[in-house]
Design a protein around this ligand. Structure first.
Ligand code: RB5
Length: 148
């Protein structure tokens, strides 16, 4: 699985920990930056990463900013993206099972690397359940396409 990752200055330290963890697990990482601390505008990182996930160049994405919120707001403007901000294990698992989320957004100023890496594992390893949830996820797509 090819995983896209990106961050702003609020998420750089946590992102580097996640990259290390994912590399140890053997995943192919596409890093949309930043690679070291510098002040950047999070939509400029979120947009190219979200496009790469939407067009299936990468199967999943992880975006880290101070809270995870700005990254999720920007990523969710791209058609086909279902980005979820999570701070707990249960949400990271269920946003895959029920929402078929394709981007996980994390707050580098909210959670530490131990919790974050376990959430990343759940997000990557959990398959979408489909079934009754497919109707609801389709409705999100319908809203996106102006069909609802
Ligand atoms: C940057 O200071 C901060 O605003 C950003 O990382 C993020 O938390 C926005 O949602």
């Amino acid at each position: 699985m090819k995983i896209a990752i990106g961050c702003d200055h609020g998420g750089i330290e946590l992102k580097l920990e996640i990259v290390k963890h994912l590399e140890e697990r053997g995943f192919e990482i596409v890093d949309f930056g930043i690679k070291e601390y510098k002040s950047v505008n999070y939509p400029e990182i979120a947009l190219p990463l979200a496009k790469a996930v939407a067009n299936k160049e990468c199967e999943r994405g992880i975006l880290v900013c101070g809270t995870g919120i700005g990254m999720s707001m920007a990523a969710n403007k791209v058609k086909g993206i279902r980005a979820a901000v999570c701070s707990d294990h249960f949400s990271a698992k269920y946003t895959r099972l029920h929402n078929d989320a394709n981007i996980l957004c994390l707050g580098g100023r909210v959670i530490g690397p131990g919790v974050a890496n376990e959430m990343v594992d759940l997000f990557i390893d959990t398959e979408y359940e489909g079934g009754r949830h497919a109707t609801r996820v389709q409705m999100i797509t319908d809203i996106e396409n102006g069909n609802m």
